[in-house]
Design a binder for this molecule. Structure first.
Ligand SMILES: [Zn+2]
Length: 338
């Protein structure tokens, strides 16, 4: 920041010197120097105001008052990191082009400058290279086509895989949303002057002691892509697996499995609707430590399998419970440890 201001002032001075040397340019140089100088001055004054604000007693008092809330926020940010590194966020894959790396492709056409504007992506298992007809059909019936071409079968194992993926995505989404709400609430309780949030939002969080989580939800994205033979045109259908599409996929898979009269059709499906029902049943209260959403407005609640799926636990009403993130974190650390 200080460097930027210094550069602006130096630039202004250089312009003045140039203007002095070449008299024809003097008026332009003076105007430019004045503009740069004014800009530099505005930045400098703002910078001084910012420094004074963060050193002010008012700000420091606020900071002390919300210290424990900030500490909790940072702990949650670390938890978001754990969910991100432990969860499964990939599923299925297309085999189109899986061996493409073994061959060398060259466009030996004399007019290749007109070609290859669209190049098929063979490097990723999440792009299925196909005919135009398949791209269009996939846009009309995305769930069915993703299952078919990315090898997600209507079996109990794959259904459990999709539910597991959904679990990771929903937990991450909820935790990241919760972090955002906490940050908004921290800003509100300190209530800094407007220019601070407008120009120094990042610095504000740093001064308060908030560690911002860089984690995003790694939604799996599936693509059907048609690239014409000459490379002159391409069309694409995309399906992102998020809360909504995962629920639709779970529904579709379960209908097919029930159609085949499997036992998987007997248990409940781990969808958003079920998660909400379990939280409602438990009155938005953690079953371990009894803390409730009513008592702590920013409480992050999660739905947990009492006997984990990895240990044979089923998705049934009796095997599901509401836990606060702290209790769920302790529990899953224990499960991982042994
Ligand atoms: Zn709890």
């Amino acid at each position: 920041m200080v460097q930027v201001i210094a550069v602006l002032i130096v630039l202004g001075l250089i312009l003045l010197v140039i203007g002095w040397a070449a008299t024809n340019w003097l008026p332009i140089a003076v105007v430019a120097a004045v503009v740069l100088g004014t800009w530099g001055l505005v930045l400098l004054i703002r910078h001084i105001r910012m420094t004074r604000y963060f050193a002010s007693e008012e700000f420091l008092a606020h900071k002390v008052a919300i210290a424990s809330f900030v500490a909790e926020h940072n702990e949650l940010a670390r938890y978001v990191g754990e969910i991100g590194s432990r969860g499964t966020f990939a599923l299925g894959g297309s085999v189109s082009g899986a061996q493409a790396h073994l061959a060398t492709f060259q466009n030996t056409s004399r007019h290749k400058y007109r070609r290859d504007r669209n190049i098929a992506a063979y490097q990723t298992p999440y792009v299925h290279n196909c005919s135009l007809q398949v791209v269009r059909n996939a846009s009309a019936d995305p769930i069915k086509y993703v299952m078919k071409y990315f090898n997600i079968r209507a079996t109990e194992t794959d259904l459990a895989g999709v539910e597991n993926l959904g679990d990771g995505i929903v937990r991450l989404e909820d935790a990241i949303t919760n972090l955002g709400q906490r940050e908004a609430s921290i800003t509100l309780s300190v209530n800094p002057p407007k220019f601070i949030m407008k120009h120094y939002a990042g610095e504000f969080m740093k001064h308060v002691g908030v560690e911002l989580s860089q984690i995003m939800v790694p939604y799996p994205v599936y693509m059907f892509e048609y690239v014409s033979a000459g490379g002159n045109s391409s069309q694409r259908t995309t399906l992102t697996l998020n809360r909504e599409t995962i629920d639709a996929m779970i529904q579709t898979m379960s209908e097919r499995i029930k159609f085949h009269k499997s036992v998987a059709g007997q248990r409940a499906l781990m969808t958003s609707t079920l998660r909400t029902m379990i939280k409602e049943r438990d009155n938005y209260t953690c079953r371990y430590c009894s803390i409730s959403l009513a008592a702590e407005p920013h409480l992050l609640l999660e739905v947990d399998h009492i006997v984990p799926v990895s240990k044979g636990g089923l998705t049934t009403y009796v095997n599901l419970q509401t836990l606060c993130w702290r209790c769920n974190r302790t529990k899953s650390n224990k499960v991982i440890a042994g």
